[in-house]
Ligand binder design. Structure first.
Ligand SMILES: *Cc1c(COP(=O)(O)O)cnc(C)c1O
Length: 375
């Protein structure tokens, strides 16, 4: 069976983790600091704050953006459920908005959902296709809202010539194995705002005023204070040492993924009724996933297609979920009308795309897909 995704990890990562285990410093310490520095260099943001996941990254980003109990935050329903959950963790209410053809937030629909309670917007760069950051930056400044980018899937992507991570005040990344690079689990927030970076660094470590490294480096006793109620959202040095090796490979990884996507684009183009991913001018995707929308003229049912592909030895998956239809939100959001999201959700399919995929595997996927669609 050809899997839908696979992490791209090698001896370099294994050795780095091995060395860190034996170094005596295993949780947040020098490796985390070095990994953050590498993220700053790569994205050209001013600061990077490593945390335990993208979910916790989003939670801290929302707090840093000033989101509080009773506020509303607009986000797409069509996203992994952690986007909405992070809003609830911050005490606020997610307000779901519609998406466009690239599965990214529709700026006009978002505008219509802004109320006096709206505090922030989470723009998700869905499956590694950047959203229109400039349009949302303009809307947020017009309405006095904070913008948070959910770049869980978007490390290595670019928007208008610059890497995702440097455009807006708060950008959250995931390092889960289903994403483009991984530390097992992990996350990162990049920001150009020094105060926000400091607050998030405080909050990820119980609100503690002195870091372990500072205490370790001091030759006098250091007594810390707990400045506010914080969290344990630390990334470990073991994870960070893996991340450092992954970052060295990132540009190669993105190149390899793009080559596979380009083959899919070329060889699936002649099947009628399919909508393949579109990379607009100024948008560069890392193809975290390859999502195909089955148009109305395609007779086959999406869920049946998944079964048929499985019978051909190829794993596929439903496209991105719709959070408002999950039991966690369907009760509280019963009046939510998102016909476009629901249609995209029911008619899209993800096909295998992973960095080390061979030409032969790509050919197998293409042949199976053509066969199942009778093309
Ligand atoms: C995967 C994902 C997350 C959650 O990332 P974790 O690191 O697993 O917490 C959040 N948002 C989106 C859009 C995702 O795809």
């Amino acid at each position: 069976m050809i899997p839908i995704a696979k992490p791209f990890l090698g001896e370099e990562e294994a050795k780095a983790a091995h060395d860190t285990v034996l170094s005596g410093w295993v949780t947040q310490g020098p490796k985390v600091a070095a990994f953050e520095e590498q993220f700053v260099e790569y994205t050209r943001a001013h600061h990077a704050v490593a945390v335990s996941s993208c979910t916790t990254a989003l939670h801290l980003a929302l707090i840093a953006a000033g989101v509080k109990h009773g506020d509303e935050v607009i986000c797409p329903s069509m996203s992994f459920i952690a986007t909405a959950n992070s809003i609830v963790y911050a005490g606020a209410t997610p307000v779901f908005a519609e998406v466009n053809d690239e599965y990214n937030l529709d700026v006009e629909d978002v505008r219509n959902r802004i109320t006096s309670k709206t505090k922030a917007i989470i723009l998700v760069h869905q499956v590694g296709m950047p959203g229109d950051i400039d349009a949302f930056t303009a809307l947020c400044s017009e309405k006095g809202l904070a913008l948070v980018e959910d770049a869980a899937c978007a490390i290595g992507c670019s928007y208008k010539g610059r890497k995702i991570g440097s455009h807006s005040p708060l950008v959250a990344f995931s390092l889960h194995p289903r994403k483009v690079i991984t530390t097992g689990d992990g996350g990162m927030v990049t920001t150009n705002n020094e105060e926000m970076a400091a607050r998030m660094k405080l909050l990820r470590q119980h609100g503690m005023s002195v870091t372990d490294r500072e205490r370790f480096a001091s030759n006098k006793p250091v007594f810390e204070q707990y400045v506010e109620v914080g969290y344990n959202y630390r990334l470990t040095d073991i994870q960070a040492s893996i991340g450092i090796e992954q970052m060295k490979k990132l540009d190669t990884i993105v190149e390899m993924r793009r080559a596979i996507a380009h083959r899919y684009n070329a060889e699936l183009a002649d099947i009628p009724g399919l909508k393949l991913p579109i990379e607009r001018e100024g948008y560069t995707s890392n193809y975290q996933s390859y999502s195909i929308l089955l148009g109305d003229t395609v007779q086959v049912d999406r869920d049946e297609l998944i079964q048929m592909m499985m019978d051909e030895g190829v794993a596929t998956k439903r496209g991105i979920m719709a959070s408002h239809r999950e039991p966690a939100y369907s009760g509280s959001h019963a009046n939510c009308s998102l016909p476009r999201t629901e249609k995209l959700c029911d008619r899209s399919i993800l096909i295998p795309l992973f960095t080390q995929m061979t030409d032969e595997e790509v050919s197998t996927v293409i042949a199976a897909f053509k066969k199942c669609l009778g093309a």
